[in-house]
Design a protein around this ligand. Structure first.
Ligand SMILES: [Zn+2]
Length: 411
């Protein structure tokens, strides 16, 4: 196999890819900064155009969001490989400035907004395609490549998934998701499962009153709402890896008013769909109990399910891909390649059920969504390991070649 020529090409071109990452990280692409997201889309399309990819951008239905980017290179055959990344990050410009969070190298670590989640991943996809084109032009030309970049992955909904699917002519050999690989020393984790997530909103209604004149007539919605979080949290079950989290709670208006209303926002997560539904049933139970206990005294709660995204459980098609990457790990000396199941969601959650999907294919990184360095040194912001790019790209290239050369994987 062309392992040596791939490695050589990846190493020789790494400085220019690192410079590209610095350029991309310099563009603020907070999900709601549509101009920034679109600018990164333009620069990304330009980089992939050098490899023969055609770009198409599609506006989101959400007015605050930027445009999704779809890059395609039609091959000699319909054998399709899909690569998934995203343009947006969770970091607003204000947050970047407040914590002086920008592209910065310290030893083997590269810090900056989106270096791991997920601009380093997009660079990884580019490095792979560039090396395959140079070292294995026959395979590169044979395959139809799709690179999809979600404009609003951090606010996950199914819009991007729908648009990407519309562009595929048939089942793909693989859907490869370029979220960062976890920083597990000496091991190369790939993501084979992710939790599903249900989001809920509870509105608690009390009785508003003047805190001075009519205090005893009021019913404090904040005080009543505070009964809920401990009961909701108690629905979490470690043995089922089911978690229920109250993430936000707001209530009241002025200090001199007995609060009329309070709102709780929460979420349920589990690897198994049935446990997510069980968690949701539990939340409704808690609210029913609340109403039974308190409706006679003027308090009332109403709960709504605001979002439900499916779990990505361990499955056969993902395992098939994992086995290919494991074999590639042995070929490239990058063993051990190991499985990771993650609590966070990705675009993979919406592909796995009918397309073989593997995630965590980006460079090694950690502390995603974190911008602040704590003074006591215990907290550090999002980073990727510089030394992980070339070996991981080599691993991914060799695995894709194994996949393409294994007739069992022909659709
Ligand atoms: Zn993220």
């Amino acid at each position: 196999m062309e392992t040596d020529s791939l490695r050589h090409h990846l190493e020789a071109h790494f400085p220019q890819h690192l410079a590209l990452l610095e350029d991309w990280v310099g563009v603020n692409t907070h999900t709601e900064n549509a101009a920034g997201v679109n600018e990164l889309g333009r620069r990304t399309a330009e980089a992939f155009a050098r490899l023969g990819f055609e770009a198409q951008t599609v506006p989101s239905a959400h007015p605050w969001a930027g445009r999704h980017l779809f890059l395609t290179r039609r091959g000699a055959t319909d054998r399709t490989v899909v690569m998934v990344s995203h343009l947006d990050t969770v970091f607003s410009r204000d947050e970047e400035q407040k914590f002086d969070f920008r592209f910065r190298r310290e030893g083997d670590k590269l810090y900056g907004p989106g270096v791991a989640d997920i601009k380093g991943g997009t660079v990884m996809a580019l490095m792979m395609l560039d090396a395959l084109r140079a070292a294995c032009p026959a395979e590169f030309d044979d395959v139809t490549w799709h690179v999809g970049l979600n404009a609003l992955e951090e606010k996950l909904d199914d819009e991007f998934n729908r648009l990407l699917r519309e562009r595929l002519t048939g089942p793909a050999l693989a859907v490869l998701v370029f979220e960062a690989g976890a920083d597990w020393e000496g091991r190369w984790p790939l993501v084979v499962a992710r939790k599903g997530r249900a989001e809920f909103r509870i509105e608690v209604e009390g009785r508003g009153a003047h805190a001075g004149a009519d205090y005893w007539k009021g019913r404090n919605a904040i005080v009543d709402a505070c009964r809920l979080p401990p009961r909701l949290e108690a629905l979490s079950d470690r043995t089922k890896e089911l978690t229920v989290n109250v993430g936000r709670m707001v209530g009241g208006t002025e200090v001199n008013c007995v609060p009329q209303e309070a709102v709780l926002l929460g979420e349920i997560r589990a690897f198994r769909e049935e446990y997510v539904r069980e968690g949701w049933g539990g939340v409704r139970h808690v609210v029913d109990d609340f109403n039974r206990d308190l409706s006679g005294v003027g308090a009332r709660a109403a709960v709504t399910l605001t979002e439900m995204l499916p779990a990505w459980p361990r499955n056969e098609a993902t395992e098939g891909l994992f086995a290919v990457w494991e074999a590639a790990g042995a070929t490239t000396g990058l063993a051990p390649v190991v499985r990771q199941e993650r609590g966070g969601l990705s675009d993979g959650n919406l592909f796995w059920h009918d397309q073989p999907t593997l995630d965590g294919l980006g460079p090694t990184g950690a502390n995603t969504h974190q911008s602040k360095r704590s003074e006591d040194g215990t907290g550090e912001p999002e980073f990727v390991r510089v030394s992980s790019f070339v070996p991981k790209a080599l691993l991914n290239c060799v695995a894709v070649l194994l996949l393409l050369r294994n007739p069992a994987f022909r659709p």
